[in-house]
Design a protein around this ligand. Structure first.
Ligand SMILES: O=P(O)(O)OC[C@H]1O[C@H](OP(=O)(O)OP(=O)(O)O)[C@H](O)[C@@H]1O
Ligand code: HPA
Ligand SMILES: [Mg+2]
Length: 179
C-alpha cells in the first residue's frame, strides 16, 4: 500500500466486480442504440477504460476535460471546460462517465451544456457518489458505490494531481493535506 494512504476503502477486486455489473446493465439498457460515451477527464480515465471493455454493444467514445477542484479538496464552484468534445452530440444518446459525484456542480453543468447542444438523451454513470455533499439537486442514472463524506483518491481520483494511478480507492493520512 502507498505510504500516504491511511485506509483502502475499495480494493481493485471489489471495483472490478462493480464495473462488470455496471457494464452489463448499460449494455442491456442501450441495446439497439449506438450511444456516445463521454469520459470526463481527468478523473474518469481509468473507469472509462475498464467500463468500456465491459460494454458489449456498439458505442462511440469521446473525451471532455473539466476542472473545478484544482489543488484543493473543495470545489472552486466554477466549472471550466479545459478540453471540449471532438464530435457533435446533436441527436445522440449520450452517456456521461464520471468517477465521482460530490457537490454535483460538475455534472449539472455538463448535463446542461449537452442538453443545450440538443443531445437526444443525456444519462450519467458515476462509480462513486457522495449524496451527503450535494449543493445542487442531481442524481446519476447508474451508480457504483455510495460513499461517506471523505475525500478519496486512487483509480483516477487525485489530490493535487497525485495518486490517480493507485489501483484501489482510499483515504489519505491527514498529514498529507496541505490545508
Ligand atoms: O460533484 P463535484 O463537486 O463537481 O465533484 C466531482 C468532480 O470533481 C472532480 O474533478 P476535478 O475538478 O478535480 O478535475 P479532475 O477530474 O481533472 O481531477 C471529479 O473528477 C469530478 O469530475
Ligand atoms: O473525494 C474526492 N476525491 C478526489 N476528487 C474529488 N472531486 C470531488 N470529490 C473528490
Ligand atoms: Mg481532481
Amino acid at each position: 500500500m502507498h505510504n500516504d494512504i491511511q485506509e483502502v476503502l475499495y480494493s481493485q477486486e471489489v471495483i472490478q466486480q462493480k464495473v462488470q455489473e455496471l457494464g452489463a446493465t448499460i449494455s442491456r439498457d442501450y441495446e439497439g442504440r449506438n450511444p456516445l460515451v463521454i469520459c470526463v477527464l481527468k478523473g474518469a480515465f481509468i473507469f472509462m477504460a475498464d467500463l468500456s471493455k465491459n460494454i458489449d454493444i456498439p458505442i462511440e467514445l469521446d473525451f471532455m476535460a473539466v476542472s473545478s477542484y484544482g489543488n484543493s479538496t473543495r470545489s472552486s464552484g466554477e466549472v471550466r471546460i479545459v478540453k471540449d468534445l471532438d464530435a457533435s452530440v446533436e441527436g445522440r444518446d449520450v452517456l456521461i462517465v464520471e468517477d465521482i459525484i460530490d457537490s454535483g456542480l460538475t455534472l449539472s453543468y455538463l448535463i446542461d451544456v449537452l442538453e443545450r447542444r440538443n443531445a437526444l438523451s443525456v444519462n450519467v454513470v458515476a462509480l462513486f457518489d457522495k449524496p451527503g455533499r450535494r449543493t445542487v439537486d442531481l442524481n446519476a442514472d447508474y451508480t457504483g458505490f455510495s460513499i461517506p463524506d471523505a475525500f478519496v483518491v486512487g483509480y483516477g481520483l487525485d489530490y493535487a494531481e497525485r495518486y490517480r494511478n493507485l489501483p484501489y480507492v482510499g483515504v489519505l493520512k491527514p498529514e498529507v493535506y496541505t490545508v
